[in-house]
Design a protein around this ligand. Structure first.
Ligand SMILES: C[S@@+](CC[C@H](N)C(=O)[O-])C[C@H]1O[C@@H](n2cnc3c(N)ncnc32)[C@H](O)[C@@H]1O
Length: 394
């Protein structure tokens, strides 16, 4: 008879010991929590339930780089960038009113989720008699369409029939004061007359899901919507339009922080816009700064790929101008205005602040957008990429 402990008994003792150890660890984990020494109940209740209170979808879905001169809030900075582009094109005054005599036809390449569509309809009531928006993204297209219909914006008959009196905020009230009811009525009457006279159709908002970079692939419906009425008139009536009609028919193309995405390049749309539409262009776009090194350009071109842009789309101001000249625009009608100072740092600061806020409330930060914030700081400090407003008039 042996008095020693058998191997199976050793195994049993180890198993019991392990069970006791794991149970006590589990008990500690339950009572104190896994991270730090705080009691578990504090981990259940913190600020993370913010996620249950966040409005989805949010009120705005802007996604451009913004103009951060005064604002520290993304939607305001984004709508300000739109305003700066419209001002640079001499289309509106400081109060947002059309500076020229006649409203324009506006073709918006890359309208995002429709914030700029809404902004133009609501805040620039005298700007456009007709708005045609394109986006390549079906989700954004459907989202924007739903938003427009739920806001009951005048998709038909007119975006310009939205009077300033619909806007309750202070800025709009100031506009209202400036334009008394009587003036507003006159203005509307004039716009409606203009739409009938020049467009031969009611004013409208039309959204399309299409690749704005490849006009050759546009559907007939889209082509027809964009084709200047002048061309239609010539085709239908084979009569010469009067000089006054010619002057009134101004078509503008807007590219708000989108053209650097255009594949294979911006050239096909520049050619089409000048040669087929006889339209002017206004855009916020990204270009290479002066004096960048080969290494910097190579780094930037790799980043361009990650941003979903063709590598060759980052060009210098001189090369950008050459593309517009090649399409047919005249040298003295092209303006490239560097506004980087009011763009990159402001957005980088906003992303940093947002990341910190999200960490506090949701326990996670901005992820890839945080990395983009670092890229923006690099652009801001080095000058390798510049944010510019580009205007090319017909
Ligand atoms: C940086 S976002 C700007 C969105 C919007 N303009 C804004 O200010 O909020 C770029 C937009 O360009 C659109 N886009 C990119 N390539 C496009 C293309 N080839 N045709 C039409 N839209 C395009 C994207 O879907 C995206 O909404």
């Amino acid at each position: 008879m042996s008095s020693g402990i058998s191997p199976s008994q050793v195994g049993a003792y180890v198993a019991v010991g392990l069970t006791i150890f794991l149970s006590s660890t589990f008990f500690k984990w339950i009572s104190k929590g896994t991270l730090g020494d705080e009691p578990r109940k504090k981990k259940i209740y913190g600020l993370h339930h913010a996620i249950l209170n966040i409005n989805v979808p949010p009120k705005t879905m802007w996604m451009n780089m913004g103009y951060w001169e005064r604002d520290s809030d993304l939607p305001k900075a984004c709508s300000r960038l739109l305003k700066e582009v419209l001002k640079a094109a001499d289309l509106i005054d400081e109060d947002g009113y059309r500076t020229g005599r006649w409203p324009i036809k506006l073709v918006d390449l890359g309208f995002g989720c429709g914030d700029q569509t809404i902004e133009i309809a609501k805040n620039y009531p005298t700007l456009a008699s007709s708005y045609i928006g394109l986006t390549i993204d079906p989700k954004q297209y459907n989202f924007a369409r739903q938003r427009l219909s739920s806001l009951q914006l005048p998709q038909d008959p007119s975006l310009t029939t939205d009077t300033p009196s619909n806007h309750p905020d202070q800025e709009e009230q100031a506009k209202l004061d400036k334009y008394s009811n009587h003036q507003t009525d006159l203005l509307q009457q004039r716009l409606e007359n203009h739409a009938k006279e020049v467009n031969g159709a009611e004013k409208s908002i039309n959204l399309f899901c299409a690749d704005a970079a490849q006009p050759a692939k546009w559907t007939n419906e889209l082509k027809e919507a964009i084709t200047p009425n002048l061309a239609k008139q010539l085709r239908e009536n084979s009569q010469k339009p009067s000089l006054s009609i010619l002057r009134k028919q101004e078509t503008w193309i807007l590219g708000l922080d989108t053209l650097y995405h255009f594949s294979p390049s911006r050239q096909p749309i520049f050619n089409h816009v000048y040669q087929k539409l006889q339209a002017s262009i206004m855009a916020f776009d990204l270009i290479f700064g002066d004096g960048t090194t080969l290494v910097e350009r190579t780094c930037m071109r790799i980043i361009a790929l990650i941003m979903g842009c063709p590598m060759g789309n980052f060009v210098t101001a001189i090369e950008y101008r050459e593309q517009l000249l090649m399409a047919g625009y005249e040298e003295d009608k092209i303006e490239i205005n560097d506004i980087s100072e009011c763009v990159f740092k402001g957005l980088a600061d906003y992303l940093k602040k947002r990341d910190e806020e999200l960490q506090v409330y949701l326990g996670r930060g901005l992820g890839a957008y945080k990395v983009f914030g670092w890229v923006l700081r690099w652009w801001s400090r080095s000058g390798i990429v510049r944010g510019c407003i580009i205007v090319a008039k017909i």
